[in-house]
Design a protein around this ligand. Structure first.
Ligand code: GP9
Ligand code: MN
Length: 715
């Protein structure tokens, strides 16, 4: 038996089948232990088992056309290695994003890929060696002639037969898949479906073709398509609540982006201590309008999707990041430009990571941001930073020199980073006694969230002493989940739930993130139960500032309006309303979490809602992928010209403006008798006093990449 096997492996075909078998086994290992493919019936199970075969046989059999002995063997191993790279990259990606890598993720990530290595390494584990060990061993056996180098080339006819049978096999696979799930490829299903039915190779190729089609669509877009979008957004528009309209008129706006911050952290206690005592205080304060049913709506673009929704009230893309793919050359009508043109706001972003991450350096210019204080403006050396950039306490503290020089009123955004996966912190930064679960991300999450909370408390105390608090509106929001669905079952007991009956409904509930509008000095605030999401922030904020949003193309609606749309669309087309939570077509009661056996009446209502969700996402995609806003200039809007902006020498520019305005300057510095306000800042961050070193822990090495060609050519 064993000798027979050896004899077989010693032939070219036998060697081929050995590699196919091992690759198939690895793929199944990933399917079963990493990807939650959700097999629901025997046919699906069968298809999942066989789907790697057709495409691998096809690709591996390409080596059959090679006659030279060594070349044949090395090419075969090379194809195997390429397939393994694709598989393994997806394994790593899936651990963080609970999703598969699309072609635009692969290409569009070029600008951020290095930034992801910190997390990627943390996501790797020793048993990942299984994905590579076969190639290493076989290569060794081959090199040391423990495997025969079969000199007999494979006949052309045989090679051709293999390729054709593989193609036919794939056709059969596809037909069976379509019988189980009609229109698998024509309707946009979850990516998981395509992998489950057709495998990773087929998914990647399919996605690449779709990507190419989008590029094509964009080139052929017509103005009439913009009219279709506008018809929808203007009939969907919700007029402002008269009681709220303009209540923050003329105030500075400070947006604080709470990285990876989920709503369940609010009021959460660990070992008897509040995780985020300061944010809890804000949440319950009567100067805060806090929303407890507010959801993140991001797709693969994560932070950048959240930013896009907040700045433009249009959705991110169905795959990849809108910032990375379209940010370099799309037309935006975004918050900083609108506020500048309508109410003379200046604008700035403070972020302790490098500017090229998520293609921000290019996207912000198209959005009309005047200043971008990225990592290059801060000392991020030594222990002052973690993988994604400057630690939050230092970001807030060190931003003061730039903030105080900005003309008021201003619209500024702070993008924090410390509370980011893998949620690690130097021991000098925390004494918070956290949980003791088997998952280090969960344990770390409470510590980094606690740290973020402290950093905001310190910043608030400065704002107060410097006199900024009373004339500012502070908008705080969580951008997306920090703990991914794969971690939820370990998290469940900490939330008073049981891991065993955890459902998709429960995971959907956890997509709530904080949204708070804090107006110090006012007393009308309360905890609102209105359902809404990130898409609704811009019209809400504009109306509070007394700027009508009616003329703009926006998909969200004012959260305070009686006409506010309470259907919250997720990027994968699932949705939540106060009544129904609809996930993958399954209907749950939003209050009880019970799955609803749909009768005709419920089904009609849900179908109608689903249709609207689909329409809204489709229109937003069409608007963005075809860059339709280039066809529409709202009344009084001056199209943003990215070349007006350059983010170098920000401080010098601020000072120049301040000087030229003389006593008309409204910067805090000028108002403070031409004196810095940094004496008002107090931090307990131990690093604040540490000396500058040469090393930095930020994972991107090319910070001032202003060439946007690679980002735009990916689309
Ligand atoms: C990086 C930071 C993280 O600059 O904003 O982005 P994310 O990984 O959360 O999308
Ligand atoms: Mn984020």
């Amino acid at each position: 038996m064993f000798t027979k096997f050896r004899q077989y492996v010693n032939t070219r075909i036998g060697f081929f089948w050995l590699l196919i078998f091992l690759f198939w086994a690895k793929t199944l290992l990933a399917y079963l232990t990493e990807f939650s493919l959700g097999v629901a019936d025997p046919l699906q199970a069968f298809l999942m088992l066989v789907n790697p075969i057709a495409t691998t046989v096809f690709f591996f059999s390409l080596a059959f056309y090679i006659r030279k002995t060594n070349v044949y063997y090395y090419i075969l191993l090379f194809i195997d290695a390429l397939e393994t790279v694709l598989l393994y990259a997806n394994v790593i990606y899936h651990r963080e994003f609970t999703d598969f890598m699309t072609v635009s993720t692969i290409t569009g990530y070029s600008k951020v890929s290095q930034g992801l290595t910190g997390s990627s390494l943390a996501l790797a584990s020793w048993y990942d060696l299984f994905y590579w060990i076969d190639i290493i061993v076989i290569l060794g056996l081959f090199i040391f002639h423990r495997i025969n180098h079969d000199e007999r080339p494979i006949k052309k006819r045989t090679a051709f037969a293999y390729s054709s049978v593989a193609i036919a096999g794939f056709g059969l696979n596809l037909a069976l898949a379509e019988s189980n799930r009609p229109q698998l490829l024509t309707r946009t299903f979850d990516r998981t479906y395509i992998v489950k039915y057709l495998g990773l190779d087929a998914f990647t190729i399919y996605d690449g073709i779709k990507d190419e089609q989008t590029n094509h669509q964009r080139a052929s877009a017509k103005k009439s398509e913009l009219d279709t979008v506008r018809d929808y957004t203007s009939s969907h528009y919700a007029s402002p609540n008269a009681k709220m309209y303009g209540i923050a008129k003329g105030k500075n706006v400070i947006v604080i982006h709470l990285e990876s911050f989920q709503q369940f952290l609010i009021d959460k206690k660990v070992n008897g201590k509040e995780v985020t005592p300061f944010l809890n205080k804000l949440y319950h304060s009567n100067s805060t309008y806090a929303f407890k049913n507010f959801f993140h709506q991001v797709g693969q673009g994560k932070t950048s999707d959240a930013e896009n929704m907040l700045e433009t009230s249009t959705y991110g893309l169905s795959t990849g990041s809108l910032f990375s793919q379209l940010g370099s050359d799309n037309t935006f009508q975004a918050a900083p430009a609108i506020l500048n043109q309508r109410a003379n706001y200046s604008s700035a972003v403070f972020h302790g990571n490098v500017a090229s991450f998520w293609n921000r350096n290019n996207t912000y210019k198209n959005m009309g941001y005047q200043y971008f204080f990225d990592a290059s403006y801060f000392d991020t050396t030594g222990d002052k930073s973690t993988g994604y950039g400057l630690k939050d306490k230092l970001l807030f503290k060190d931003s003061v020199q730039y903030l105080e020089r900005l003309q008021q009123p201003f619209y500024v955004k702070y993008i924090t980073v410390t509370n980011h996966f893998p949620f690690t912190l130097d021991s000098e930064d925390t004494d918070f006694k956290t949980t003791d679960t088997s998952d280090s991300a969960i344990n770390g999450y409470f510590q980094t969230a606690h740290y973020l909370d402290q950093s905001i408390e310190e910043f608030y105390s400065y704002l107060d002493k410097a006199g900024l608090l009373k004339n500012s509106m502070i908008v705080l929001y969580g951008d997306h989940y920090g703990l991914s669905n794969s971690e939820n079952s370990t998290l469940a007991p900490l939330l008073g739930k049981s891991s065993s009956d955890w459902t998709s409904y429960d995971s959907a509930q956890l997509q709530r993130v904080p949204f708070m509008i804090n107006m110090p000095g006012t007393t009308g605030g309360k905890i609102e139960s209105t359902y809404g999401g990130e898409i609704d922030v811009l019209p809400t904020v504009l109306h509070l500032l007394g700027v009508s949003s009616k003329r703009y193309v926006q998909f969200g609606t004012d959260l305070f309006s009686s006409q506010h749309d309470t259907t919250v669309a997720f990027r994968n087309r699932d949705f939540v309303t106060p009544k129904y939570t609809v996930l993958n077509g399954n209907i749950y009661d939003s209050k009880t979490g019970e799955q609803i056996k749909s009768d005709e009446k419920v089904q009609t209502t849900v179908d109608k809602l689903q249709k609207k969700v689909n329409k809204e996402l489709n229109l937003s995609d069409s608007l963005n992928t075809k860059n339709l806003l280039r066809f529409y200039t709202p009344k009084g809007f001056k199209k943003v010209d990215a070349s007006d902006y350059n983010y170098a020498d920000g401080l010098e520019k601020e000072i120049q403006i301040q000087n030229s305005l003389k006593n008309k300057s409204t910067s805090l510095y000028s108002k403070n008798g031409n004196k810095s306000t940094d004496e008002f800042y107090e931090t307990d961050a131990p690093e604040a006093s540490h000396k500058k070193t040469d090393s930095t822990r930020i994972k991107i090495t090319n910070p001032d990449d202003t060439d946007n060609s690679s980002a735009s050519s990916s689309k």
